[in-house]
Structures are given as structure tokens and as C-alpha cells.
Design a protein around this ligand. Structure first.
Ligand code: CTP
Length: 402
């Protein structure tokens, strides 16, 4: 709930601006009050009248509007909020924020504010992937700005890909997480999840049976404790949690790159079932049956993401949590894995088929740390996640391994 929270909503000039009308409504349903600010460009997409009617208050539009200055100066306006939300955050708006431009009301408010800022980017897929936008995104994150989305999907311009503004429930979850007074407030946590797919040719791939359920539950539990969660997910069966910064990947190499892009973080939870090998040279054409018999596949080793991050001398997360999926001698193998990969904790589980854990809804884990092996009872995956998130909060709260 967002009872008595004040949100300054800066509506950027993109087609996704229409979603902010619904966002205002839903924020109010949760008890928040919304002060809307329109840019010149956003007035092409939503009208000041509809925005102010929904918000039930004045819409701020112009830096030089003297009445506004008399009522509430822009400095005060920018600071009276608990959170500044920019939705949609266009490529132009992000670039302005990075450079510190202040040539209209929205950009001036963003420069003048001392309250946390959350942006919901929305733009064409090519604009999103453009190196300039990606550079700006990295800088905004480094400046402490929270990001929700964008999502993948069809766009108003007819193209498909990453760049759609997050759906309203996701933006609300991100706002709630940012305003939460939970123990992980202000902490940035990375979670990898799901399987990876390693291509053989354009139509075939090597995969594993991970559903992504445990990683998703962990991310959700971390969000509930107020963390800013970067969720790097392979092609999972379960939908991603709300309120995370979602990065979808397919292969281990892409997951490794996405993890690097997400750093620095306070903690990293590596729940993904990453393929250890990939096909050395995946064919760019479909492999055909030939008279000469079956093809021989050669493998190359994938990067071990967990080990690489754990062994970083610069930028290592304060807490690194790995998983060990074993089918026999669970504690022994997992303890050896923890030492080999240099992570702080290993969450070990028995994934032999008889346990029904892989792809199932329950998990029986053993938490291995410096304190030894601690066996947890068989619990639902959501409950395992809640316990683990609480332990992570404890560890970060006590400045674990600075
Ligand atoms: N992991 C990773 N990158 C890889 C392989 C594994 O980050 N290329 C991480 C997983 O996310 C998990 C941990 O390492 O947190 C253990 O994964 P697991 O598959 O159990 O270990 P392996 O390294 O494959 O070891 P083994 O084959 O001996 O079981």
C-alpha cells in the first residue's frame, strides 16, 4: 500500500503516455496522491484536462508559469514528493537526465530534486539498443536511479522487441518496492534464474529442466523486502515477478554479459541452471539428415558466471549466493562446489527425479556457509525464497564481508 505517499509523476512524450492515466488511478486506489507534470511533447499524447481530472489536482506544465511559482516553486515541488516517477522515460529524457540539462519544467525538477527517482523507459527497440541509450542507462543506474522495464513486445511503430513501457502493475510494484521501508530498501540485488538454451542450429537447442520457479520466487521475496532487483532470466516456464528490472537472455554467454552489465550490486543470487557447455560452432542453417550418418557435435565450455563474479577482485558483490543442484552426496558435493567457486553461500538441493524438486513446487535445501551446513525442512519454493531473502537482509544489514 502507498497510503499518504506523494508521487510526482513526470509524464514523458511517448505513445506509452496513455498508460499513465491508468497508473494515476491505480496509485490513488492504493492511497497515494499524484502530482502530475507534463512535458510539451507529452501533451501531444495525453491532455492536461484528462490528467488533472484523474489526479484530482493541478497539472504542472511550464517552468515560467508565475502562478505556479507563487503557489509552489519548482524547487519545493520537486522535494515535496516521496518519489519522482518518470513514465514514459523517453530516450531524450534519459539523455537529458544524464547530462544534467534543465531547460523545461520536467528536467529542472529532476535536477532540483533530492528524493529518489524511478524511471519507466519506453522507446523504439533500436533506440533502446542504441549504444547512446545503453550508456545513459548505465550512468543513470550508477547515479542511483531505479529503473523498471522496458518490456519486450509489439510496438506502436510496428516493430517488435525491447522498448515497451512496463505494464502498470509492474510500475506499481517497482514504486512500492522503492518506497518500502523493508530491510533491503536501497539495496541492489542481482538474481539469475531459469535455464539457458544453447543453439545447435536455428531450430534446435540444448536445454535443461529448470522452470525458473525458485529464482522467480527469490526475486519476488527480495522485492517484497524493498530491494531493487535486477532479474536476469533464461527462457523460463513461469512468468517473471513484478517490480524487477527484467533482463531476458537465452544463452549462458548472454547471461554472463547481462550479469556484468548489472554490476555493481550489493548481493548476487545465482539461481540459474546454466548450461556448462555450448555447441562449439552452432550452424546458421538447419542441420539436414545426410547419407553419411549422424552429425557430430563439438562442445565448448561456457563461462562459469558464479565463479567469475565470486572471484572478482574489483566490484565483487558483498554477498554471493550460489546454488548446487546435486543428485547424490549433496552436502559433500555442494561444500566442494562452494570452495571451488569461492561464493559465500551455497543453497544445495537434491534434484534426483524421485524428489520431484526440479520443475515442482517444493524444495528441500541445505544452506552451506562459513557456519557449516544448515538443513531446512521441505517447504514451498515461495517459503524457501522468503527465508533466503530474510537471511540476505540480515547479512547485508550486518555489513557482511565488506
Ligand atoms: N553456474 C554459473 N555459470 C555456469 C554454471 C553454473 O553461474 N556456467 C552457477 C549456477 O547458477 C549455480 C552454481 O553455479 O549457482 C552451480 O551450478 P551447478 O550446475 O550445480 O554446478 P556446476 O558448475 O555445473 O558443477 P557440476 O557440473 O560439478 O555439478
Amino acid at each position: 500500500m502507498l497510503a499518504s505517499k506523494n508521487i510526482l509523476l513526470i509524464i514523458g512524450g511517448g505513445i506509452a503516455a496513455y498508460k499513465t492515466l491508468d497508473l494515476i488511478r491505480r496509485l490513488q486506489d492504493r492511497g497515494a496522491s499524484v502530482t502530475p507534470v507534463l512535458t510539451k511533447a507529452s501533451e501531444e499524447f495525453v491532455t492536461p484536462l484528462s490528467v488533472s481530472a484523474l489526479a484530482g489536482r493541478k497539472v504542472y506544465r511550464d517552468l515560467f508559469d508565475l502562478t505556479d511559482e507563487a503557489e509552489m516553486g519548482h524547487i519545493q515541488l520537486s522535494r515535496s514528493a516521496d518519489l519522482v516517477v518518470v513514465a514514459p522515460a523517453t530516450a531524450d529524457m534519459m539523455a537529458k537526465m544524464v547530462s544534467g540539462l534543465a531547460n523545461d519544467l520536467a528536467s529542472t525538477l529532476l535536477m532540483a530534486t533530492d528524493t529518489p527517482v524511478l524511471i519507466a523507459p519506453a522507446m523504439n527497440v533500436r533506440m533502446w539498443h542504441h549504444p547512446a541509450t545503453q550508456r545513459n542507462l548505465a550512468q543513470l543506474k550508477a547515479d542511483g536511479i531505479s529503473v523498471v522495464g522496458p518490456d519486450e513486445g509489439g510496438m506502436a511503430c510496428g516493430e517488435y522487441g525491447l522498448g515497451r513501457m512496463s505494464e502498470v502493475p509492474d510500475i506499481i510494484a517497482a514504486i512500492e518496492a522503492r518506497l518500502s521501508d523493508g530491510p533491503l530498501k536501497g539495496k541492489r540485488v542481482l538474481v539469475t534464474s531459469g535455464p539457458t538454451h544453447e543453439p545447435i542450429d536455428p531450430v534446435r537447442y540444448i536445454a535443461n529442466r529448470s522452470s525458473g520457479a525458485q529464482g522467480t520466487a527469490i526475486a519476488r521475496a527480495l522485492v517484497a523486502l524493498g530491494a531493487d532487483v535486477v532479474f536476469v532470466s533464461g527462457p523460463a516456464d513461469v512468468p517473471p515477478p513484478e517490480g524487477v528490472e527484467l533482463v531476458r537472455v537465452e544463452t549462458a554467454q548472454q547471461m554472463s554479459d547481462a550479469v556484468d552489465a548489472a554490476l555493481p550490486v550489493d548481493a548476487g543470487v545465482f539461481a540459474a541452471a546454466v548450461a556448462d557447455w555450448r555447441v562449439a560452432s552452432a550452424s546458421d542453417r538447419k542441420l539436414k539428415k545426410t547419407r553419411d550418418g549422424m552429425p557430430t557435435l563439438e562442445f565448448a565450455e561456457n563461462p562459469d558466471i558464479l565463479a567469475r563474479v565470486s572471484k572478482m577482485t574489483k566490484g565483487r558483490p558483498g554477498l554471493v549466493v550460489g546454488f548446487a543442484a546435486e543428485t547424490d552426496d549433496v552436502v559433500e558435493h555442494a561444500t566442494a562446489k562452494r570452495a571451488r567457486k569461492s561464493c559465500d553461500w551455497i543453497v544445495a538441493n537434491d534434484v534426483s527425479p524421485a524428489t520431484g524438486i526440479m520443475g515442482g513446487s517444493e524444495n528441500a535445501v541445505i544452506l552451506i556457509s562459513d557456519d557449516g551446513a544448515e538443513e531446512w525442512p521441505r517447504l514451498g519454493k515461495a517459503e524457501v525464497a522468503t527465508r533466503l531473502a530474510a537471511r540476505i537482509a540480515d547479512a547485508l544489514g550486518t555489513q557482511y564481508k565488506e
